[in-house]
Design a protein around this ligand. Structure first.
Ligand SMILES: *Cc1c(COP(=O)(O)O)cnc(C)c1O
Length: 433
């Protein structure tokens, strides 16, 4: 495959943009590849700067549940753009998107729009601290909640990993109130809540984890979070930036029937444009300025183009049978990939919730970050490169979820599974049992 143009563009980018990219994982560093520069996309396909065409399972890291350039989304954005890009004043589009969100997630009685998932989680935490008058935040290893200081706590094993900033530039004092616990460890969580729950402002979790690969919640895990937070007077925050409108229209909270106090959204609700949102019970949300004293603002928040793209997307998701079809395609893909690995004698575990999925190259069930980290990353890198050479565009990391969109077809899934069979078979000698 000729990727000369991408290589040249990467060279130009590296001189001006740190690492040549505006978000680290795009650089493909962990799989030892160079990034492809994208020229255009449509449906489930991407075309790179050299004219190579790929079946896309990244979907802009989650937002594009309808695929690229869905006609209704495109039309809505064009229409909004013709009326003006930004006003810094309220528009009806903001109400429309808020209505589409709150009707799908009834636990979000009120919602505030922001510009990214990071802003949503950061603001939800401030609100939780402002509302409870407490400082401690409990999160889980391997869950990613954006790049705000408070939440960049290094994942670690054991019970509570305290006070370890996950990046230079994050003062230890800023994360002194953040605890990170193993995902899906119900007993460990209950123990920490018994000791520290009374000082906890919030427990924040990805109710379906998607940032250590795809890891579903264990039976009873989300219910335990709900029970303990209620008992101790802490707020439960579901970070559904990825899972919202993805694993079900109402997200994981509807799928598993657990109601959080606050919810963070992003990705799909922006239809490919930069959007985030946080919301929850009225009594809590009313603490936000200008209604209440907890400050949070944004020059471009509620941007009309972004609201239009989001609303057009969410309307499509209401069509009968939408999630059923997506579930069918995703199930086919997950089963096909796992079988391809098994037939090649390569140890693999397939996790999937709805159209969020992942294949871990390990032989133990993946229930948390420790399990995920037992994956063979050399094997993943070889698999990634092999698939890319065959026109299949996967996320360049073992610890990212894959996404199926409504624009994928049974033929695209078949082609993908066929490519995986060839690639994994070719890796049998190096990595097979
Ligand atoms: C992507 C993601 C974020 C961060 O959103 P950005 O828009 O990248 O800031 C936060 N939480 C979860 C669960 C995510 O998947």
């Amino acid at each position: 495959m000729n990727t000369e143009t991408s290589r040249a563009l990467f060279g130009r980018a590296k001189a001006l943009i740190p690492g040549g990219v505006n978000s680290p994982v795009r650089a493909c560093g962990s799989v030892g590849a160079d990034p492809l520069f994208i020229q255009s996309a449509d449906g489930c396909h991407l075309t790179d700067a050299d004219g190579n065409r790929f079946i896309d399972y990244v979907g802009s890291w989650g937002p594009l549940i309808l695929g690229h350039n869905h006609p209704a989304v495109l039309e809505a954005v064009m229409d909004a753009a013709r009326r003006g890009a930004s006003f810094g004043a309220p528009t009806e589009l903001e109400i429309e998107l808020a209505e589409l969100i709150t009707e799908a997630l009834p636990a979000m009685e009120m919602v505030r729009m922001v510009n990214s998932g990071t802003e949503a989680t950061m603001s939800a935490l401030r609100l939780a601290r402002g509302y409870t008058g407490r400082d401690t935040i409990i999160k889980f290893d391997g869950c990613y909640h954006g790049h705000a200081d408070t939440l960049l706590v290094g994942a670690g094993s054991g019970v509570a990993t305290l006070n370890i900033p996950g990046s230079p530039g994050v003062p230890a004092s800023v994360v002194a109130h953040t605890l990170s616990l193993p995902y899906n460890d119900i007993d460990g969580f209950r123990k920490v809540m018994a000791e520290k729950g009374d000082s906890a402002a919030a427990v924040i979790v990805e109710p379906v984890a998607g940032n250590m690969g795809t890891v579903p919640p264990a039976d009873g895990f989300l219910a335990a979070l709900r029970e303990e937070t209620r008992r101790r007077g802490a707020l439960l925050i579901f970070d559904e930036v990825m899972s919202g409108f993805r694993v079900a229209r109402g997200g994981a909270q509807i799928l598993y029937g657990i109601e959080p106090d606050l919810t963070c959204l992003g990705k799909i609700i922006g239809g490919g444009l930069p959007v985030g949102a946080y919301g929850g019970r009225k009594e809590i949300m009313e603490r936000i300025a200008p209604q209440g004293p907890v400050y949070q603002a944004g020059t471009l928040s509620g941007n009309p183009l972004a609201m239009a793209a989001g609303a057009a997307t969410l309307k499509e998701l209401k069509k009968p049978g939408f999630y059923r079809r997506l579930e069918g395609l995703s199930g086919e893909l997950a089963a096909g990939l796992l079988k391809a690995a098994q037939d090649a004698g390569i140890p693999a575990v397939g996790n999937r919730v709805g159209s969020m999925l992942g294949l871990f190259f390990t032989d133990r069930p993946v229930r948390n970050f420790e399990d995920a980290k037992t994956s063979n990353l050399d094997l993943f890198a070889a698999y990634y490169k092999g698939m890319r050479d065959k026109g299949i565009y996967l996320a360049p990391s073992q610890f990212e979820a894959g996404f199926v969109s409504a624009a994928h077809t049974a033929e695209a899934i078949d082609r993908t599974v066929g490519a995986a069979r060839e690639v994994l078979d070719g890796l049998r000698d190096r990595f097979g049992k």
